[in-house]
Each structure stands twice: as structure tokens, then as C-alpha cells.
Design a protein around this ligand. Structure first.
Ligand code: SIN
Length: 274
């Protein structure tokens, strides 16, 4: 396997690999690179849904998404679909998958199934890069802060994004909230990263709604200002896997009138510590 960096901090493209034929040493190398780089991209793969699940299970058990439409015959795979007549896409704003869970998903593995002729890129950044922009006193203060993450406003029955847009979502009664440190220590690498995101971080523990939102907005702005982004142009056969503890991603919604279908398997993580 050969690793080509996609930016100084975030992402590597992995060459000379067939994801259906990996031994345990290969998996250990990918496991480490995934944790360190946040994003791995593979081209020219031929994963059917069973291969996709088998590859994901080499890293962790599947953490089934409760809200997305499952792929027919494969309930553990979430379908990320936009039809030609739809206006809204799934994951169009910067986010981290499943940060609203007490034990957020370790990562997600996305396989391109049907792509628009142009557009539909996914963008990524590494949320460890921003930490260098804070001085020691700010970092010490941030290490004491915990943020609230919720998905009521996205997947909920009354006011959710799912209700207000033309996206089909499921199980609005299963929405929930969790609290995590603002700076988390990566369980595999031991490195710190800033764990807030635009879609799901709604406030700060112990702060009123307005003050907490201002704090979250300030941290989100810092990430936006101090991170190098990687823009992934999908091709048939592209597979991307990202680490949800140290990256953000967003799917560009610039291909109206065309279908885009992706299959996502999300694998389980653990509770996050400071
Ligand atoms: C997601 O947010 O998980 C989907 C990303 C994409 O469709 O590119």
C-alpha cells in the first residue's frame, strides 16, 4: 500500500490496495492511518454491499444509523440518496456523524453507487489542526468545558430538518442528546482535537442557551478559519472512510436534477474523554 497525503493534516489517498483482499497486517496499517489522518480515500474498488460490511467489520461492529433509509436487503447499510426532483441533500452542512450519541460512532465508510455527471463532492477537514491557534491558557480553559450535542432539530418529528425538507428520514421518536468534552483525546492516537460541529452541537453544559450558542459559534468559527479542507471528487469505485472523532465533512449539494446514491456503513466507537 502506498499513502499519498491529501493535505498536510487531513486525509491520505491509499494506492495499490484491493479492500476485499486484506490480511490482518494490512488492516492494522489502515487502522492506524485512519486514526492519524482522519480520512482515507481508495479508488477503483469493487465492493458489493456484503464486501462493504465485511470490510467495516474488520475495524469495529456496525453502529446502525437510526434515521436514514436502510439499503434494501442490507439493514445495516444507510442509504444516502438524492433524487433528481429533490432539493435538499443529506449531510449538506459541516458535521460529524452521530456526535449526539453517548458513545459516538468511530467512523463512517462511504461507497459511491450512483454519481451525478458533475458535482456532489464531499469536503473534509481535521479538527485537530485548529488547536495550534489557541494559546496555552485558552487550551487549559477549553479542556474544562463540555458541549451539548443534539439531533432533535435535525431528525425530530416537529421541527426537524427531516420534516421541513424533502428528505425521507425515519424514527423521529429516537432523537436524543449527549454531552462530550469540547477537546477530546483520540482513543487510538492520544492526540487532541476540537469536538464541536455545526449540525449537532447546540450548547455548552452549565451555560444558558444564548451564551452557550455564542461559545459554540466561536469554536466553530475557529475551526473554519484554521483548517485546511480536502475536497473529494467521487468516481465510480471510490470508497472513503473518515474518523468521526477528529474530522468534519459536508456533501456539496450542487447537482440538482441528477441522482446521487451512496452507501454508508458507520462503525461503533466509545465514550469520549478529555
Ligand atoms: C454523510 O454526511 O455521511 C454523507 C456524505 C456524502 O454523501 O458525501
Amino acid at each position: 500500500m502506498r499513502f499519498e497525503p491529501l493535505s498536510p493534516r487531513c486525509g491520505s489517498e491509499v494506492h495499490d490496495v484491493d479492500l476485499r483482499q486484506l490480511d490482518d497486517d494490512d488492516i492494522a496499517v489502515l487502522d492506524r492511518a485512519w486514526a492519524e489522518r482522519g480520512l482515507l480515500v481508495f479508488r477503483g474498488q469493487q465492493l458489493d454491499p456484503d464486501d462493504h460490511l465485511a470490510f467495516a467489520r474488520r475495524f469495529a461492529e456496525v453502529d446502525v444509523n437510526k434515521f436514514f433509509t436502510p439499503v434494501a436487503g442490507h439493514p445495516e447499510i444507510a442509504e444516502v440518496r438524492k433524487e433528481p426532483g429533490q432539493l435538499t441533500n443529506i449531510g449538506g452542512g459541516w458535521h460529524t456523524d452521530h456526535s449526539y450519541d453517548a458513545a459516538p460512532a468511530r467512523g463512517s465508510i462511504l461507497v459511491a453507487r450512483e454519481l451525478p455527471p458533475t458535482g456532489g463532492d464531499t469536503e473534509f477537514l481535521h479538527t485537530g489542526e485548529v488547536l495550534g491557534s489557541f494559546d496555552d491558557a485558552e487550551l487549559a480553559e477549553l479542556r474544562t468545558v463540555r458541549a451539548r450535542h443534539s439531533n432533535h432539530h435535525v431528525f425530530g418529528a416537529q421541527t426537524g430538518y427531516a420534516v421541513e425538507t424533502d428528505i425521507e428520514m425515519h424514527n423521529p421518536e429516537l432523537t436524543g442528546e449527549a454531552v462530550h468534552p469540547v477537546i477530546v483525546r483520540h482513543p487510538e492516537t492520544g492526540e487532541e482535537s476540537l469536538y464541536v460541529n455545526v449540525a449537532f452541537t447546540v450548547g455548552i453544559e452549565g451555560e444558558d442557551d444564548e451564551t452557550g450558542k455564542a461559545t459554540v459559534d466561536r469554536l466553530i468559527q475557529a475551526i473554519a478559519d484554521h483548517s485546511t479542507t480536502v475536497r473529494l471528487r467521487w468516481e465510480p469505485g471510490t470508497v472513503a472512510m473518515w474518523d468521526n472523532r477528529n474530522t468534519w465533512h459536508k456533501a456539496h449539494n450542487d447537482y440538482h436534477g441528477h441522482r446521487r446514491v451512496m452507501h454508508r456503513v458507520t462503525v461503533a466507537g466509545s465514550e469520549l474523554g478529555a
